[in-house]
Design a protein around this ligand. Structure first.
Ligand code: ZN
Length: 302
């Protein structure tokens, strides 16, 4: 699934290419979108802005029309110059927004609908999102309060909950916890505010680092490789995610994995660098692959 930062990058690139530009043509494979376009054509409207809300991407057009897409597992937006060859087959095309400078193509977006400001506000399928970590108006205080309101939840689940904070995906969830030495199965209520604050800072730092990844001067949005360790070697990109059974990059301890939460999402952690808080034990039998007792050690957030 594309992570929040991927959607944010897509929105930013689309905004750079399309904002303030007049649409010369619109094409879609979806009958519902085509019908709206027939009644109230997009051609002639101006793109006011493109924004991401967590994993939703919203394109606002003049005249109170908003195209809302959700990427789910497979969707992506590409931006091309007019006449440039597409990197994906036309059979995957779901919508094309063309201006005189750029052509934005949505491939395989499984969810796409038109809204007005009013229907968007009323739509319950698009959740009211928590503060977007990558939004300029992100408030530390509000984010902290939202996390603390999830006291009984495991921190891994709370970080992934888009109604608490928008933008953190399953990969970054594990990486953020590792960076701060926090056990992903620790209950939020067992973590002091300073610790939660560290997690929020780490989340924003990691996601911002990925957002500013050089895109080159061709504006192309795609699911690029995510990096958290700062290493150039693609194999050394992530601290713990996807590294079950491999040695921790900091201490050499074997990385563990366990399914977590409603969606049974894979959660990775180092039992040495990320000890469970004293106030919350974890049945050793539940920890897959753990043969030695967890030793407790303080690890700074860095
Ligand atoms: Zn470790």
């Amino acid at each position: 699934m594309p992570e929040g930062d991927t959607i944010f990058r897509s929105a930013r690139a689309l905004n750079l290419a399309l904002q303030g530009k007049q649409i010369v043509s619109f094409e879609t494979a979806y009958a519902q979108l085509a019908s709206v376009n027939d009644q109230t054509p997009l051609a002639g409207r101006t793109v006011e802005r493109v924004e991401s809300r967590g994993k939703w991407l919203l394109i606002h057009f003049s005249g109170d029309l908003i195209l809302v897409t959700h990427m789910l597992m497979s969707g992506s937006w590409h931006i091309y110059r007019p006449g440039e060859r597409w990197r994906r087959s036309r059979t995957h095309m779901r919508a094309v927004i063309a201006t005189s400078d750029f052509v934005a193509v949505a491939f395989d977006v499984p969810v796409a609908s038109f809204h007005t400001a009013r229907t968007l506000e009323r739509n319950t399928a698009i959740p009211k999102l928590g503060p977007d970590l990558l939004n300029d108006k992100f408030s530390d205080e509000e984010a902290l309060q939202r996390l603390q309101a999830r006291g009984p939840d495991e921190i891994g689940n709370a970080l992934l909950n888009q109604q608490v904070l928008a933008g953190i995906g399953n990969v970054f969830k594990s990486e953020i916890c590792f960076t701060c030495g926090v056990h992903p199965f620790a209950k939020v209520s067992t973590l002091p505010p300073a610790r939660l604050q560290q997690l929020l800072e780490a989340a924003r730092r990691l996601m911002a680092a990925n957002v500013t990844e050089a895109a080159g001067d061709r504006i192309v949005t795609y699911t690029g490789p995510r990096r958290t360790t700062g290493a150039d070697n693609p194999m050394a990109r992530l601290w713990v995610y996807g590294r079950r059974g491999k040695p921790c990059r900091r201490c050499g301890t074997v990385i563990l994995m366990r399914k977590q939460g409603v969606g049974a999402r894979s959660t990775y952690w180092c039992p040495e660098c990320q000890p469970m808080p004293e106030s919350q034990g974890m049945p050793l039998a539940e920890i897959d692959g753990l043969s030695t007792p967890i030793r407790r050690r303080k690890v700074g957030c860095g």
